[in-house]
Ligand binder design. Structure first.
Ligand SMILES: N#Cc1ccc(CCNc2nc3cc4nc(N)[nH]c(=O)c4cc3[nH]2)cc1
Length: 376
């Protein structure tokens, strides 16, 4: 994997680039739809490719390891083969999911012991194990095994947690360097910056991660309940330290406004369950603001989902129809709403990239931020 920085906006820290992987090239800034269990819920891989125009999707080590299990994925020849997705995949290492999902978990220097939320069985993830599991899943970009520091937390807790993540990172790098890809294409390891919302810890963590000279770097421990201002200030500080010639991935972010503001701070990659999760609850992101399609006001509104929408669902289906489907709890409702929201996120970052390249990003971003926050 290698990153080509094509252009940096003169009026902000926004960048446009290309990430070259063995499964194809990704244009940055990019949004990565989340396919936790090997599927972006409710959407076919072909729709992801052709209608959403997704360039890379996320899988999840913690979930895939528990179900369907590594034997099933390895037997298929890796996750790309198993799910029929030929473009790039990134897997998160499980650090965040163990912390947010496992029934019980015990963290020691060695790793994390946890109980499956499916059947109560006990499991153990060490940094080495997390790398081996991601080798078996076969994603193009894999994440270091870290502790996502909870928010809020005391300074000393954040410091101890960050230093353990740094020790775990060294173990991940050693394990990565002493193992090979299993399916014949290369895999890249991204380290993850921690340090909670403490500037001195964030600086120390960003400097430590930068010293590892990885092919890409992630910013973790954010979008965990902290105020947006803290997310932006920590992101700005970390991006000012991370190398400019490597992609920066801000994990778990976020709303359309969070994404545009973070692009302006120098972030290149994003993932968030929000567009797909909101879709399942009837919350649509549109060019004029957010819509709750369950609201009675849409019952006889025969206008398209989004007149400026980029995919066929935006033109073919009306607000009234989707209102009916979601009220009737029809499966098609989730499919239409999810394709719409994901296409909205991909179109947003695609337009941001175009604006960065033609030098109009800053004013466009400020206009968008005003519109996107509106509820209609
Ligand atoms: N709807 C919805 C919705 C649900 C959850 C979220 C928060 C996602 N935030 C988030 N994901 C993360 C993953 C992460 N993975 C790892 N390995 N490490 C992190 O520090 C980390 C931090 C994260 N922060 C945001 C929106």
């Amino acid at each position: 994997m290698h990153f080509e920085l094509k252009h940096t906006d003169p009026h902000s820290k926004a960048r446009a680039g290309l990430i070259h992987t063995d499964h194809g090239t990704i244009e940055t800034p990019i949004f990565m739809p989340v396919g936790t269990q090997g599927t972006v819920k409710g959407v076919h891989q072909q729709e992801l490719r052709d209608d959403v125009e997704a360039q890379i999707i996320l899988g999840n080590t913690f979930h895939l390891y528990l179900r369907p299990g590594l034997d099933v994925i390895e037997g298929a020849g890796g996750l790309h083969q198993f799910i029929g997705w030929e473009r790039p995949i990134l897997t998160d290492s499980g650090g965040y999911q163990v912390y947010s999902l496992a029934t019980s978990r015990k963290i020691t220097e060695e790793g994390v012991r946890f109980q499956s939320h499916h059947d109560g069985s006990y499991h153990f993830f060490s940094p080495e194990r997390a790398i081996d599991i991601q080798r078996t899943i076969g994603a193009d970009i894999i994440m270091a095994f870290d502790e996502c520091t909870p928010y809020p937390c005391e300074y000393n807790y954040a410091k101890r947690s960050m230093h353990m993540t740094h020790r775990w990172l060294k173990r991940c790098i050693t394990q990565m360097d002493s193992t090979e890809p299993k399916y014949g294409y290369s895999q890249a390891l991204f380290p993850i910056v921690q340090g909670s919302v403490y500037p001195d810890l964030r600086k120390e963590s960003a400097e430590f991660i930068a010293e590892q000279h990885a092919v890409g770097n992630a910013i973790g421990g954010l979008s965990v309940g902290e105020p947006d201002e803290d997310m932006y200030s920590m992101t700005d500080l970390v991006c000012s330290i991370l190398p400019t010639d490597k992609p920066r991935y801000l994990m778990g972010v976020g709303t359309p406004v969070n994404i545009l503001e973070s692009i302006a701070l120098g972030v290149d990659m994003f993932d968030c369950v929000m567009p797909s999760r909101n879709a399942r609850h009837g919350m649509l992101f549109t060019s004029e603001g957010t819509i709750n399609i369950k609201n009675h006001k849409w019952r006889m509104d025969y206008s398209p989902l989004d007149p400026n929408g980029t995919t066929y669902v935006d033109q073919v289906y009306t607000k009234a129809y989707l209102h009916h489907l979601i009220k009737a709890k029809e499966n098609l409702a989730i499919q239409i709403a999810t394709i719409h929201n994901l296409a909205f996120y991909l179109a947003l970052v695609k337009e941001a990239r175009r604006r960065i390249l033609d030098g109009t990003f800053r004013t466009w971003k400020d206009e968008q931020v005003k519109k996107l926050g509106r509820r209609i």
